[in-house]
Design a binder for this molecule. Structure first.
Ligand code: ZEM
Length: 289
């Protein structure tokens, strides 16, 4: 027989279609457990993508989504990351099915899928993150502390490279999900539709009257009319501060503006510190398209 010229297969080279399959599998698991919270893993997956990325420090170029170091202690045990094991665990099924994807690409792609599937804007995304080991874990204290106010928000988000408008745009993600006493100590959702991505966070901040919640837990605000919604001290700082407030008002009035700015700033967040080789960004089809 003649010699075969066929080379042994190289490493799997995923295409956009392969990433779309990962997206579709994440989309499918979002509403797979009626018992969980408001019936969706979407919000906690958005929070995973944010906490994986928000450790970035532009001076030392450390942290960020590249590495997925939250898989390891000490980072997994940082107080800010309480509850995110749930998000990491539900994604294991997707990882098993698509073992070629890095955890760091998977977590950020899952956050994009969650935003889009909950009715949010398209978030352009590209692959290229590599998983790193425990030595790349970031020190505790890089994520924001909800008991603080505007100076702290600026310290934390300027360190990542964001400006005031971007801080306000990112905060609109609090339209989603809720606080859990067994995770952060805070309690309750920010909006009446915590599994739908809207500009309601800004509308409620401005339109509702807020007062201190009377309880034994950490200081938080509740809406005077229904007493079923909450705001963190850091959320309230967005209307106390004149510069932040201007952006809150703009986003409360104009949902399209919010969607555009959120898509830009969330894409930027997920890319902080990542040494990409690929320029092209993918825009995934939502299951409702
Ligand atoms: Zn959050 N966030 N966050 N956030 N966050 C919580 C929940 C969620 C702050 C914060 O301390 C908290 C951003 C910014 C900031 C989400 C997305 C984004 C909780 C409740 C707290 C305490 C955790 C719990 O008990 O489960 C602070 C201080 C922030 C500074 C501005 C940004 C930026 C986000 C994304 C772009 C989401 C989706 C949740 C809901 C999670 C869930 O499980 O429902």
């Amino acid at each position: 027989g003649g010699k075969s010229s066929t080379k042994p297969p190289g490493p799997f080279q995923p295409t956009k279609e392969d990433y779309q399959k990962v997206y579709n599998d994440v989309a499918e698991l979002l509403d797979s457990n009626d018992e969980y919270d408001d019936g969706s893993y979407g919000p906690v997956l958005v929070r995973l993508g944010w906490h994986a990325s928000g450790t970035y420090d532009k001076e030392t170029k450390t942290g960020g989504s590249n590495g997925a170091t939250m898989r390891f202690a000490p980072e997994s045990d940082h107080g800010a990351n309480a509850g995110l094991r749930t998000a990491r665990d539900v994604l294991e099924k997707v990882k098993d099915k698509h073992p070629w994807i890095s955890y760091s690409d998977l977590w950020t792609l899952a956050a994009v899928a969650a935003i889009q599937e909950m009715g949010g804007p398209k978030i352009p995304w590209r692959p290229g993150r590599n998983d790193r080991d425990v030595a790349a874990c970031t020190p505790d204290g890089r994520l924001p502390d909800a008991t603080k106010e505007q100076k702290h928000l600026r310290d934390i988000f300027y360190r990542m490279g964001f400006n005031d408008q971007e801080i306000v745009a990112l905060s609109g993600a609090h339209a989603l999900g809720r606080c859990h006493t067994d995770r952060s100590g805070f309690e309750g959702p920010w909006t009446f539709s915590p599994t739908v991505f809207t500009n309601d966070f800004y509308k409620l901040l401005i339109e509702e009257k807020w007062s201190w919640k009377k309880w034994n837990g950490p200081k938080q605000f509740e809406d005077v009319s229904s007493k079923s919604l909450m705001m963190l001290p850091t959320d309230m700082a967005l209307i106390k501060d004149k510069v932040f407030r201007k952006h809150v008002e703009a986003y409360a009035k104009d949902n399209e503006l919010f969607f555009r700015d959120f898509a830009d700033v969330f894409a930027k967040l997920l890319e902080l510190g990542v040494p990409f080789k690929q320029e092209e960004k993918f825009v995934f089809k939502a299951t409702t398209d």
